[in-house]
Design a protein around this ligand. Sequence first.
Ligand code: NAD
Length: 355
Amino acid sequence: MKNYKIAVIKGDGIGPEIINEAIKVLEVVAKKFSFTLTFENYLMGGIAYDLTKNPLPDETIEGCLGADAILFGAIGGDKWDNLPRELRPESGLLRLRKSLEVFANFRPTKVYDELLESSPLKKEIIKGVDILVVRELIGGIYFGTPKGREKNRAYNTMVYSVDEIKRIAHIAFEAAQKRNKKLCSVDKANVLDVSQLWREVVNEVAQEYPEVHLSHMYVDNAAMQLIKDPRAFDVILTENLFGDILSDEASMISGSIGLLPSASIGGKSAIYEPIHGSAPDIAGLGIANPIATIASASMMLRYSLQQEKAADCVDYAIQATLKEGYRTKDIASFGAKKICNTQELGSIIAQKILD
Ligand code: NAD
């Protein structure tokens, strides 16, 4: 029987609560599809700082490098906000991504019919939305040099090499090929040199994917079009900073931050995590929505473990649970039959896998 080693980072705040539900679901689906999972816990974030004075201990990096995939909860919280930048939980996360060389971040936004009313946008605009944002994750202005602060000025550098653009473009074209074969590359080529290079390289890579329809859009227009007509998009390819902003914008189309998963892939191992943070305001209350983390576990089954049927089964179980009106508090007012706590919703989704 195939066994996979999963490095688990529960992290801070609601991290442990939501990860426990994802593991519950994974154990059930593994049994159903006849494979096994070995979960190994590693410290990271605020809790790692409290216990080891390091937000990303070496042991965690080694454990992640040796795993088939990484399931990640969330890190951070007010308690650690005043630490020097290199000791803050968020620095640990950037270092982990860089150590694993996960250069491609996938953020799907799918609108569940059952939750059409939960979006701030009109349902006629969002019904059927299914977008995948592919964001470059370890380059661009977040990592470029020179960067620094002087007394009266500060600066960062947006820099991309041809190879960095090529590798993320290939990932995005391959994803588009498996979906609706539409790729929109977002840049600011009317102003930025780095965007002009981005556009040229994306056009060159496009020659290898003749069946994918490529378009280009300036980032300011993309921000507008995402709200005006989100159904026009299939796959959006963009660089690190633009992707950070656009993927958060796209996520709100679905209604709750508690619903959306992500995958960071392309490197030595892949990280699967909800798009939200550690939600310290609701930690320990048992009301966190575990769906984003369970959907991240489904992406892990699909992309890292090649267990497509198991992934489909988890996605179906989430949808069936929502269809029957089970909700956590954050999505409570929309067609709710029963308001569940975190554990109850996780158990209902796990049960649906067995039904
Ligand atoms: P957040 O995403 O943690 O919370 C924003 C709001 O959404 C809060 O009201 C929260 O209660 C709610 N929320 C988030 N997840 C939810 C869920 N699953 N179910 C129900 N409600 C949910 O963002 P924030 O408050 O800006 O950040 C809190 C901490 O998380 C900060 O320290 C931040 O740096 C960190 N953070 C970590 C990550 C990560 O681990 N990848 C990402 C973003 C923020």
